[in-house]
Design a protein around this ligand. Structure first.
Ligand code: FAD
Ligand code: NAP
Length: 535
């Protein structure tokens, strides 16, 4: 039997939960389909040891309910995964969302029916849904990258992936452990398990820039001050380029600042911790020479911590500008390399294979009891490409995006009417505090659906010209920055065969919000709305 809905929502992370709440607020029938066994999205799946947020907890939280914000008490400055998962479960209960969420259900296909002007959504549990609107709240980092290391399935010991960690946790005490990858997930895992394991070998292809979080118990005074000025703080967050008040972006230029003063600014922001340092100077992500001043500062910090100079040198990135990949925020990462039970293995020049015993690098074989893959994600497009999405004329999203994703504002795809993508390619998304970007998208989508109702319209599609213009604008802005200089997942470089296109919009959260609001104020410029009567 076909269920009829106003809105079908795919995914029950931060995006899907808020979308359900908003849709209900508009008086619409809505249902969320979630592949996982719990709500939480990222914070349900990524249960690896040490997983925690890299944005301060009070900023990485919903702003839509002042009461929720008053009630919820974060225990740490940067909340760990169990607390984030509790928070999202609390939100599901507090706003009575569970009755609208179907867990353990993967959406397999979504097809636009041009005659009925509705989406037919089907799932692996045999559901068939007819929905006026389809909201893809599928996540930017929810499709793990395939393990692409030869021999990976031959290993006889225990194998773990950071992106689908066992629910009960893993006891590594006394074990010989190998971990492949040194991105954010690995940095957090390594730091957490190093004191427990018998031995830890870290296989590094590319080192990461990492800055200290200075995590600790949440300061009640910080919360009080934040709440006393809540409206202004949240407004500042929405206008900030990366959606974080803690990361105020200076208008000073690194290259116009004397070296001594520049270093003092870096030191001050380093002492604050986290992404604060990313906004130290306005030219850091624009001019290579400005970026180099920050690279030199970080290199000195690494050398000051890591006692073995060869290891320290291997840990200092040399092939890409700082910030052109998402910076890691750590709690004692570089200190780990001073431990006797930890060894860094450079695999930048020598390909590796997994063997039944462990990992082989050239002629050296390392034997392990447990192997951890922390290899990252098929980011931004991976979850969508796993769904058979067909728009007008039966065109598949896969075909449309064969040369890289194309959207208008990162919100809609021309030829796929009434389908919205939350924090999709072409929006600030992963370059920001994502909860801020998620709320902005859901608010915009909800306002758009409400506006359609008021105008008695039931279809909206982006025009090909508006999409073309937006894709060109995203590329133009990206090319003004240092972002494209890194072989990063932002550009699809981490997945073999993926087209290399810079996916997020680097124009800044505040600027982007204004652009989206202007589009709506101009009667949804670049979109065509229609009603069945007109058609
Ligand atoms: P997700 O949380 O990814 O939820 C999407 C959900 O959709 C998933 O549960 C998935 O199972 C489901 N889904 C996908 N496809 C289907 C389908 N076909 N059928 C049914 N269900 C489907 N961002 C920050 O700003 N700060 C951070 O500190 C930060 N830390 C992170 C740490 C990790 C380990 C990772 C992986 C990401 C992190 N991110 C961070 C990004 C994070 O993904 C976002 O902050 C945010 O949680 C995304 O919420 P979402 O609801 O959009 O997507
Ligand atoms: P990632 O940043 O893509 O890191 C993957 C790591 O695996 C890289 O070091 C990569 O090396 C390595 N790798 C991949 N394939 C390999 C191969 N075949 N052989 C050897 N090494 C290989 O993934 P991630 O660490 O999961 O992080 C992804 C994003 O999620 C982050 O950038 C961040 O946005 C978010 N995140 C945030 C936090 C947080 O602090 N809150 C924590 C985790 C994740 P190369 O660089 O050489 O490809």
């Amino acid at each position: 039997m076909t269920q009829t809905l106003d809105v079908a929502i795919v995914g029950a992370g931060f995006s899907g939960l808020y979308m359900l709440h908003k849709a209900r607020g508009l008086g619409l029938s809505a249902r969320v389909f979630e592949a996982g066994s719990s709500v939480g999205g990222t914070w349900y799946w990524n249960r690896y040891p040490g997983a925690r947020v890299d944005v301060e907890s009070h900023e990485y939280s919903y702003s839509f309910s002042a009461e929720l914000e008053q009630e919820w008490k974060w225990s740490e400055r940067y909340a760990a995964q169990p607390e984030l998962l509790r928070y999202l479960n609390h939100v599901a209960d507090r706003f009575d969302l569970r009755s609208g969420i179907q867990l353990d259900t993967r959406v397999t296909a979504a097809t636009f029916d041009e005659t009925a002007n509705r989406w037919t959504v089907t799932t692996d549990k045999g559901d068939r849904v007819s929905a006026r609107y389809c909201v893809m709240a599928t996540g930017c980092l929810s499709a793990p990258k395939k393990v692409d290391i030869p021999g990976a399935d031959t290993f006889k010991g225990e194998v773990y992936n950071t992106s689908s960690w066992p629910e009960g946790g893993v006891d590594f005490r006394g074990k010989r452990v190998g971990i492949i990858g040194t991105g954010s997930s690995a940095v957090q895992t390594i730091t957490q398990i190093a004191p427990d394991v018998g031995s830890l070998h870290i296989f590094q292809r590319t080192p990461s820039y990492s800055i200290p979080a200075h995590n600790g118990p949440a300061n009640p005074e910080t919360k009080q001050a934040w709440l006393a000025n809540r409206e202004a703080n949240r407004r500042a967050e929405r206008e900030n380029p990366i959606g974080m008040v803690a990361a105020v972006v200076s208008d000073k230029m690194a290259l116009e600042t004397p070296a001594e003063e520049r270093n003092r600014v870096y030191e001050d922001r380093w002492a604050k911790g986290g992404f604060a340092i990313g906004g130290a100077f306005a030219d850091m992500l624009i001019l290579k020479e400005a970026n180099d001043t920050f690279v030199d500062f970080i290199a000195d910090k690494v050398r000051a911590v890591v006692k073995d100079p060869v290891t320290a040198d291997l840990l200092i990135p040399k092939t890409y500008p700082v910030g052109s990949k998402r910076i890691c925020v750590d709690t004692g990462y570089f200190e780990v390399f001073n431990r006797d039970n930890v060894k860094l293995v450079d695999i930048s020049q020598t390909p590796i294979t997994v063997t039944p015993k462990g990992v082989k690098v050239g002629d050296n074989e390392y034997a392990f009891d447990s192997l951890i893959f922390a290899l990252g994600f098929d980011a931004m497009t991976g979850a969508l490409s796993k769904i058979d999405i067909r728009g007008r004329g039966g065109e598949t999203l896969k075909d449309k995006w064969h040369g890289g994703p194309r959207t208008y504002l990162g919100l809609m795809v021309a030829g796929f009417p009434n389908m919205f993508v939350v924090t999709g390619p072409g929006s600030p998304s992963v370059l920001s505090n994502m909860v801020v970007s998620i709320e902005q998208h859901i608010d915009w989508i909800s306002d758009c659906i409400a506006a359609m109702g008021q105008r008695q319209m039931d279809a909206i599609d982006a025009t090909p010209a508006a999409e073309e213009g937006w894709v060109a604008h995203v590329n133009e802005v990206a090319n003004m920055t240092l972002y494209p200089q890194a072989s990063s997942w932002y550009i699809g470089a981490n997945v073999p065969g993926k087209p290399r296109v810079f996916m997020p919009y680097p124009g800044g959260v505040g600027v982007y919000r204004q652009l989206c609001d202007d589009v709506a104020a101009k009667g949804y410029e670049g979109f065509v709305m229609s009603s069945s009567a007109q058609r």
